[in-house]
Design a protein around this ligand. Structure first.
Ligand code: PMP
Length: 443
């Protein structure tokens, strides 16, 4: 039995449970819904039964086949058929599943080396290191790069893994307004001109941390301006390309490619394999000196087992297809298809009268629902009609900016896009989510 003393807080209770219990008490069946198939362009979701109060989330055992507009399967590589799947099967036969060791303890094989080299070649940087988890790539490598006496300037909407990495590093953290270059320059100016350097000594390092594409906003980092500022104020840039690598730019090489920049201008290029590559894990690319430093000092490299072989093979195969190394045009076609799908879907939603956030080329389309209570209805009504989406609310977004977030994929056909759009149109009408874009009448 639990002690009843006044200061006692049960282990399961956190500040978040206040919101989950009170604010979202009726709507939790939108999340943690198990799927029972590959997270491809279409999928099977398990049906849930909820009681009148939305409290009973038991699974009924029934499956429902729906279109998948929620997974980060940007280039359609999550499928369990095709050239990647065949190669993965062979890799399991040859190497088994796990390396059963860290980089420094017999866990580093020639397949891992091949992956590090291919990633460096793909990014156009000197060297790269790969880590079995995208989240840990940020949270465990950042502390090896900066520490006490350094300053991190972080975009206010950066991902939780970047926030955790920044905190664990022990560096001083200052946030600047999302994508606001004036605010970033002001903070840099404060740090360099009026800050510690004048009175004591300069910050050991100043690290500007940005994401390529912001996953909740669909916005793109103002990378050319960030690079201009980093040069002006002698800072470093850490770029998280989780949602942009493979999905942005004419060659699918992320926002660096999108803006036509030289990848060597970015000090730390980070990305994950969980999205465009249909695999798992993450990478950091950059100068040889930095990557060698991470190999011997990052917790992710020393204390964690290396990437499983089947995952490596999935990344190798999909990356080679994207680079055209398989001798076909498949990679380029997928990148173009994703771009076409994204623009078409976004344009049609806009014309229907929905309020959207983000950039036209970002493969994520956030659509505003505003009121948290409508989030549940949107998710349920779409699912009933055969459309699986992701809905997001507080604390991932401001409380009155709840939204649905559609993830486009090269694997979506035009018929699927049209069907999904007609479902969203219907549900949007029921829930009064659409605003007229007709010009006002002229009297
Ligand atoms: N960085 C960003 C910007 C992300 O959105 C995510 C997760 N989607 C991660 C890192 C963590 O990646 P993973 O899911 O591969 O652990």
């Amino acid at each position: 039995t639990e002690p009843k003393s006044p200061g006692f807080v049960p282990l399961y209770q956190s500040w978040e449970s206040f919101y989950t219990r009170n604010l979202y008490r009726r709507i939790r069946d939108c999340w943690n819904r198990p799927i029972a198939s590959v997270a491809a362009a279409e999928m099977d979701v398990l049906q849930r039964a909820t009681d009148d109060h939305g409290w009973n989330f038991s699974l009924t055992g029934e499956k429902k086949h729906v279109m998948n507009f929620g997974s980060y399967n940007y280039l359609g590589f999550s499928q369990n058929t095709g050239p990647c799947a065949d190669a993965v099967e062979k890799a399991v036969e040859k190497f088994g599943v796990s390396s059963c060791g860290s980089r420094q303890e017999l866990g580093y094989t020639d397949l891992h080396r091949e992956l590090d080299d291919l990633v460096a070649e793909y990014l156009g940087v000197e060297d790269a290191i790969t880590v079995p988890m995208g989240f840990a790539t940020n949270s465990m490598n950042m502390p090896a790069l900066v520490g006490h006496g350094s300053l991190i300037l972080s975009d206010e909407l950066n991902h939780a893994s970047l926030i955790l990495g920044s905190r664990l590093s022990g560096a001083t953290i200052r946030t600047y307004k999302h994508n606001n270059m004036k605010d970033l320059e002001k903070k840099l100016c404060d740090a360099v001109v009026h800050g510690r350097p004048r009175t004591h000594r300069p910050w050991k390092k100043i690290l500007i941390v940005v994401e390529g594409v912001y996953s909740m906003e669909g916005s793109i980092a103002c990378l050319p301006d960030v690079i201009r500022l980093k040069k002006k104020y002698k800072a470093y840039v850490y770029l998280d390309e989780a949602h942009s690598i493979g999905a942005m730019g004419p060659h699918g090489k992320g926002v660096v490619d999108y803006f036509g920049l030289d990848p060597r201008e970015i000090d730390i290029m980070m990305g994950t394999f969980t999205k465009s590559f249909g695999a798992a894990g993450g990478y950091i690319g950059g100068k040889k000196s930095i990557i060698n430093h991470l190999r011997i000092s990052s917790h992710a490299a020393i204390y964690s087992s290396t990437m499983p072989f089947c995952v490596i093979q999935q990344v190798l195969s999909s990356m080679k297809i994207m680079m055209g190394k398989d001798g076909t045009d498949e990679g380029r076609k997928r990148i173009q298809q994703l771009k076409w799908n994204t623009r078409y879907f976004r344009r049609r939603l806009y014309d229907m009268g929905f309020i959207l956030y983000g950039n036209v080329d970002a493969p994520l389309v956030p659509m505003l629902i505003y009121v948290p209570a409508r989030v549940i209805a949107f998710s349920r009504l779409c699912l009933e009609r055969g459309l699986g989406t992701v809905v997001v609310g507080f604390p991932a977004t401001p409380i009155i900016e709840s939204r649905a977030r559609f993830c486009l994929s090269a694997a979506h056909t035009k018929e699927m896009l049209d069907k999904a759009l007609s479902i969203i149109d219907e549900v949007g009408t029921i829930l009064h989510l659409k605003y007229s874009r007709q010009p006002p009448p002229v009297f």
